[in-house]
Write a protein that binds this ligand. Structure first.
Ligand SMILES: [Zn+2]
Length: 463
């Protein structure tokens, strides 16, 4: 076990009972090199000033020879203070719990039993670099035994292993409750919307959602001017002790761009579909993506051309985008995958049905995205596959088709409405959701109590 960032506390029984003792023994830090055995007491004594070492925190190893160790009674009697010591450390690259126990002189069979006991609640292979681990060891019968081991695999879970008298180990797991909070931010855009968002403390996944939702209406490279601004309202999940566990959904955003006011609201319709709508209830995803992959250039347009392989003139039924093999391809619109298979000259071929009229097809893929199979639902912008050169292709490119009523049309000139407009009862519900999001935004910004939400986390970066 390598103690990297870290801090080894070689403290006695009292320190285990009193975690607040740690600062008093901070002088006992030792960093060992990879492959070294854990610090011995002799090293501790040499490298640390003696005056910071309280008498009652001497590790067992440095007990004076005349001190009687308690007999190996399996723990039925309280252990003498110096029979037990505590270790807190951070996992380094390549470390395993098993090695950590062996390095601390725990017998192989006992270390194995401890790992096995832990397995139902924590996969030892998931030990992260920097993961902090708390350990207690006991010396009985002249041998070192593991007393307890504790770690938090993530901010929500705490796992604990305790040695039992004669019955191996007992494992327990504590799951902290997580609350949904709302956070709001507003910022004036100086150079880019992204940069302004980062400065305002908006999490990056939320900024990416904003860019994705507005990608049809706003050119994020060019459309911004001095004084433009934006607002966001989003979910944040926070543990009771105030640790932000994850970011939830973008609920509301508003871009104000030199006079254009573009608010959008997240709304789930009765069929379970989630989308973003403008204030009037029109889906903002009103068109197919023009380019279903990033950084590509058109290498062959739609129409009559001489086929590079077959040699004769032939109608090109789609648009070719040249891009390196492995470039991600995104669904041009929301819909259902109705075909994802090898198909002759098309190679790996995928087709999405967006509505009764419109479908899009993607060919020559090197492979399909995980989950991109027949019958799967996709959202606009979902990853569906990767650029390749399968089938009849001279080099890696995406062959992209738009089909209207089963016939290929020019993807670059066709107007393809695929977004929906809310009406009737759904529109009424949406209007209520809009009013509620507007109130929540004001409340979160003003740090006021929001009716159904904790008020402790209303400002980004403060919870
Ligand atoms: Zn093509």
């Amino acid at each position: 076990m390598r103690v990297t960032q870290g801090v080894v506390f070689l403290v006695g029984f009292l320190a285990v009972a009193r975690p607040d003792l740690s600062p008093a023994v901070a002088g006992l830090t030792i960093n060992t090199q990879p492959g070294e055995s854990p610090p011995s007491a002799a090293q501790t004594a040499e490298t640390q000033p003696a005056d910071v070492l309280p008498a009652d925190v001497l590790p067992a190893d440095v007990l004076p020879a005349d001190v009687q160790l308690s007999p190996g009674d399996g723990g039925t009697e309280p252990a003498a203070p110096n029979d037990e010591w505590h270790l807190s450390l951070d996992a380094g690259r390549g470390d395993t719990l098993f090695d950590l126990l062996l390095d601390n002189q725990v017998a192989r069979a006992e270390a194995d039993a401890a790992i096995q006991a832990l397995r139902p609640v924590f996969d030892p292979r998931k030990l992260r670099i920097g993961q902090s681990i708390d350990l207690t060891f006991q010396r009985r019968d002249g041998a070192v035994h593991l007393g307890h081991l504790a770690l938090s695999p993530d901010p929500v879970h705490h796992v604990r292993l305790d040695a039992q008298v004669d019955t191996g180990f007992r494992v327990s797991q504590e799951t902290k409750s997580v609350e949904r909070h709302l956070a709001a931010a507003h910022a004036v855009i100086a150079s880019s919307q992204y940069e302004a968002g980062v400065k305002a403390g908006v999490p990056i996944p939320i900024l990416l959602s904003v860019i994705k939702v507005y990608s049809h209406d706003v050119d994020f490279q060019r459309d911004f001017q001095e004084g433009d601004r934006f607002e966001v309202l989003y979910e944040r999940f926070v543990t009771g002790d105030g640790v932000a566990v994850r970011t939830g959904d973008l609920l509301f955003a508003r871009l104000v761009l030199s006079g254009r006011d573009l608010p959008i609201y997240r709304f789930q319709t009765a069929d379970g579909r989630v989308d973003y709508y403008d204030r009037e209830g029109q889906s903002v995803r009103r068109a197919l993506l023009r380019t279903p992959l990033d950084g590509a250039r058109i290498t062959s347009g739609f129409g009559q051309r001489r086929h590079p392989i077959l040699g004769y003139s032939k109608m090109h039924q789609g648009v070719d985008f040249g891009a390196p093999s492995g470039t991600p391809i995104y669904a041009a619109g929301a819909g259902m995958i109705e075909e994802a298979r090898r198909r002759n000259g098309y190679g790996n071929y995928l087709r999405i049905r967006h509505n009764t009229e419109i479908a899009t097809a993607y060919a020559h893929l090197s492979r399909f995205g995980s989950g991109a199979r027949r019958g799967a639902r996709v959202d606009q912008g979902d990853l569906i596959g990767y650029v390749g050169a399968t089938g009849r292709a001279t080099g890696p490119h995406l062959h992209y088709e738009v089909l209207r009523a089963g016939r290929q049309v020019n993807p670059l000139s066709v107007d393809t409405p695929v977004g929906r407009r809310l009406k009737g009862r759904e529109l009424n519900e949406f209007q209520q959701a809009v009013a509620s999001a507007d109130r929540a935004f004001q409340a979160a910004l003003g740090n006021d109590q929001v009716a159904d939400l904790p008020a402790t986390c209303t400002q980004p970066g403060r919870c």
